[in-house]
Write a protein that binds this ligand. Structure first.
Ligand code: MTE
Ligand code: MO
Length: 494
């Protein structure tokens, strides 16, 4: 058998196997797709530093990169298996079986797939073995086998496409439209026009839903319809609750302007955004269930199995304003931000609080249960650390003229920013002007006009919160509980 025929047999058999699995997964649940299940499992096992690197380097494309990388690795292995099978189909058969079993393992490991889900990787295994042996027998490509090759390639494309369509039949957009207006009983105060310095380079005070940062472990956005959704509240409670979407939206909804921040944000990084969230006070729901003494953790679980643990005393603070959010900036939550419901807890990093697609709230203890990121080296409590960032001028840029306006943002949820100071070339700290105050759980924009001589300059910035705590100079990495250090940039005046 020619080399490239052997290699192509391997690749086609694997493609057929994955496509068959994807098709069956379309019927039994998207999460069961062997390809996606292996990808999701890989995400769960990726060490934190690598995941951080991926987020840093590829941003929101990190998942696409993972999927493409997996495709390359699998294709490479398939070529190898094909080449090894030039004399006997045994190596390729073994490879198809092993690949299928890896899929079975990944699907069984996924928390969001049920027993039926195993049918998808089993289909992969069976189709992979059968197609491989069939092509191997009928080969070669330039002879009578040609038709079979085309047949397999075509069938694989069709099956994968059909699986995709079947998976997409849960119509989330339609469900979102049907939710319609989530009019709050209590609206958030209007944002003053001078709450940002957008004209001078800061972000707008409210981040649009399209621009809101996104961080999660979900390879494909979970598709949950509001009408199928419910939230179970249980554990150390006096009475268990089971709330449907309608139960929640019929309550008095409140709107709160909140800045969310990711613990993975580096000094100077972009993972912080602000929105008007509409929802139900989380505290009210927990008090309704009745929190038993001894509980110290609210353990929340997403439909995709991701979990977060928040300190119960924090989420019960009335002034804190934690929400079960249903809406964001005047519309139902976008699917990628947790439709139909998510948690938002001001002052806590997202990884310990902001569960998207939330379906389960368990009142428990930190001793009893460990949430997703805790098993991967991140800290148990995640209070947001005060931070400031320079947005303009851009680092390493050249500015014309000696009059330079430096602008940026600072945050210190839930205490609030009291002042932001800036120093030039290691000189004395200078007060910046803060934009209009909105509330203590949102970011604050700042600006300062400088008159600088020609040449290179370094500016550094530091924020002080309303308790008088100034962010420390010491640079620490995001892991385990958030970065510290002063953001500094270098630019040239000419
Ligand atoms: N289901 C689920 N919820 C999640 C996460 C996740 O991986 N899965 N990531 C959390 C993290 S780390 C952050 S910072 C916020 C980000 O929310 P956003 O994507 O809406 O900005 O969501 C949190 N909620
Ligand atoms: Mo995060």
């Amino acid at each position: 058998m020619k080399r490239w025929t052997a290699a192509l047999i391997g690749v086609l058999a694997v493609a057929a196997a994955l496509a068959a699995g994807h098709l069956v997964a379309g019927l039994v649940g998207t999460g069961a797709s062997p390809y996606l299940a292996v990808g999701n499992t890989a995400i769960d096992f990726t060490p934190s530093f690598l995941k951080d690197f991926a987020v840093r380097t590829f941003g929101t494309y990190d998942k696409l990169v993972l999927l493409l990388g997996m495709a390359l690795v699998i294709a490479g292995l398939a070529v190898l298996a094909g080449l090894l099978s030039r004399r006997s189909p045994l190596p390729g058969t073994v490879f198809a079986v092993v690949l299928g079993l890896v899929g079975v393992g990944a699907v069984l490991y996924r928390p969001d797939t049920d027993a039926l889900g195993v049918l998808a990787p089993i289909a992969s295994l069976a189709v992979g073995v059968a197609v491989f042996r069939w092509l191997h027998r009928t080969g070669p490509l330039d002879g009578p086998g040609r038709r079979n090759f085309l047949l397999v390639a075509g069938a694989a494309v069709l099956a994968a496409g059909a699986g995709r369509l079947l998976g997409d039949r849960v119509d989330v957009e339609e469900s979102r439209r049907a939710v319609g207006d989530l009019t709050p009983r209590t609206k958030a105060p209007a944002i003053p026009v001078d709450a940002d310095f957008q004209g001078e380079g800061t972000p707008s005070f409210i981040t649009s839903n399209a621009d809101f940062y996104r961080v999660d472990t979900a390879l494909t956005v979970p598709r949950v319809r509001a009408e199928d959704w419910s939230l179970r509240v249980h554990g150390l409670v006096d009475r268990e609750l089971n709330l449907r979407f309608e139960d929640l939206r019929r309550r008095d909804l409140v709107e709160r302007t909140i800045t969310m921040t990711c613990v993975s944000n580096e000094v100077g990084g972009p993972y912080t955004s602000t929105a008007n969230f509409v929802g139900v006070p989380l505290r009210d729901v927990l008090l309704e269930a009745g929190v038993k003494p001894g509980a110290d953790q609210l353990f929340s679980t997403s439909v995709d199995g991701w979990t977060a643990g928040s300190p119960i005393d924090v989420v019960l603070e009335e002034e804190r304003g934690a929400l079960i959010a249903l809406g964001m900036n005047g519309e139902p939550l976008p699917p990628e931000h947790g439709f139909p419901a998510r948690l938002v807890v001001p002052g806590l990093y997202g990884y310990v609080s902001a569960t998207k697609w939330v379906v389960d709230l368990e009142i428990t203890t930190f001793a009893a249960k460990k949430a997703y990121w805790l098993n991967r080296g991140w800290g148990e409590r995640g209070p947001i650390k005060p931070m400031s960032r320079i947005d303009r001028p851009l680092g390493l840029s050249t500015v014309k003229g000696s009059k330079v306006v430096v602008t940026g943002v600072a945050w210190a949820q839930p205490v609030g920013v009291a002042k932001v100071e800036l120093r030039v070339d290691g000189g004395p700290w200078q007060q910046t002007t803060l934009a209009a105050h909105v509330n203590a759980v949102t970011w604050r924009m700042w600006r300062i006009a400088l008159d600088l001589p020609n040449g290179g300059h370094t500016v550094e910035v530091r924020a002080t919160d309303k308790n008088g705590f100034t962010q420390p100079q010491e640079r620490v990495e995001p892991i385990p509980d958030g970065a510290t250090g002063w953001h500094s940039i270098f630019f040239t005046v000419e």
